[in-house]
Design a protein around this ligand. Structure first.
Ligand SMILES: NC(=O)c1ccc[n+]([C@@H]2O[C@H](COP(=O)([O-])OP(=O)(O)OC[C@H]3O[C@@H](n4cnc5c(N)ncnc54)[C@H](OP(=O)(O)O)[C@@H]3O)[C@@H](O)[C@H]2O)c1
Length: 328
């Protein structure tokens, strides 16, 4: 990218967006961050070249005016939980609003952040970008799958170059879920888990995700394409939790028998209202013992890109942050 360009980022107050904004600022870009709550922008506000623009991504007028004069867009913001109505509004209508404003502005590249959740929770084996989206019956995965279609439709209709990234479980400094919470669980001695931990986990270090996003913003072979961003091959849950447990000096494991938990999860799923997270409970529990890898062959072959941060290294870097926030 040409460093005279202005880059527009949604979700810059969040975990992934914050790491992206830091990287863009370090690389010398002007970065415009749309923030519905500017008070949450403390992590990026004072970085060189960064401007915080107050605004909701679901309000066309604020997005259009915030985008004026920008060259490239990273659409990172999303609702990752909440009701179906809330996630539809944010993930589908918010995306429609941002991508339509970008297309009207004649943006050079629109990078949309999706998720491997669009493949659903019941797939096994090797998953490639050529596989269909089968998000199941749960608000996050269904609305993120729909958002991808919105990006493709509007971008194609307006001939706006776009790329989509589907990250797996993003961990690293400032990750509430895949670092802070998982570390807390792994710290328990023994670490309780369902089964022996031999199923696949998919932790991808945040800097790797940011790096692939930056490649997608410029690479000619990324236009109109979708790319997984995941560890290939996947480590096991035992490797992942064990990596955090090692920081606390133990490897003790308490495997709760799968046969005790799975029937309860099936019952919960059967009784849960349609389009709620609980509807996927049995699939999620089952997933913990399955083997799958989100293939990185496409990024490697088309873009010459592969993840660079090995799990042990990513956990060591996360440990510095866990120490800083007083958890370790
Ligand atoms: N974390 C993962 O493991 C993971 C894995 C795969 C894909 N992803 C995708 O990565 C992206 C970022 O996730 P994350 O983990 O960084 O989430 P996060 O920390 O919760 O950040 C979400 C961001 O979206 C913003 N946002 C939500 N609704 C908005 C609205 N109506 N208007 C403007 N901004 C709004 C939030 O703003 P506030 O600060 O005001 O709340 C925040 O900046 C999402 O698209 C997610 O689907 C994440």
């Amino acid at each position: 990218m040409d460093t005279t360009q202005t880059i527009f980022v949604t979700g810059g107050t969040g975990f992934l967006g914050g790491a992206l904004v830091r990287r863009l600022s370090d690389d010398g870009y002007r970065v415009r961050v749309l923030a519905r709550n500017p008070a949450r922008a403390g992590y990026v506000r004072d970085l060189p070249g960064v401007e915080i623009i107050p605004g909701e991504m679901t309000e066309a007028r604020s997005v259009i005016s915030a985008l004026r004069g920008c060259d490239r867009v990273f659409h990172v913001a999303a609702a990752t939980n909440g009701s179906l109505a809330h996630q539809r509004h944010t993930n589908i209508e918010g995306t429609r609003c941002v991508v339509a404003a970008a297309a009207a502005q004649g943006i050079q590249r629109f990078v949309h952040v999706s998720t491997v959740a669009v493949y659903g929770y019941s797939r096994q084996g090797i998953i490639t970008e050529a596989d269909p989206m089968t998000p199941g019956d749960e608000p996050y995965s269904t609305t993120k799958a729909e958002a991808e279609k919105v990006v493709q439709q509007i971008a194609d209709a307006n001939r706006m170059p776009y790329s989509i990234i589907r990250p797996a479980m993003i961990y690293g400094p400032r990750s509430g879920m895949w670092t802070e919470k998982v570390f807390r669980l792994a710290s328990l001695r023994p670490t309780p888990w369902i089964g022996d931990g031999s199923g696949s986990a998919y932790p991808i270090y945040v800097d790797d995700v940011v790096d692939l996003m930056c490649v997608l913003a410029t690479h000619p072979a990324a236009v109109g394409e979708t790319f997984n961003c995941a560890p290939d091959p996947s480590p096991t849950w035992r490797d992942y939790l064990g990596g955090y447990a090692r920081l606390k000096g133990h490897q003790a494991w308490l495997g709760i028998p799968f046969g005790l938990v799975y029937p309860a999860a099936r019952l919960i799923a059967a009784l849960a209202p349609s389009q709620t997270e609980l509807k996927e409970a049995a699939h999620v529990i089952n997933m913990l013992r399955q083997s799958k890898t989100h293939s990185m062959a496409k990024a490697r072959d088309q873009l010459g890109w592969s993840p660079q941060v090995a799990l042990a290294d990513g956990i060591a870097r996360s440990a510095i942050w866990l120490h800083e926030i007083g958890r370790l």
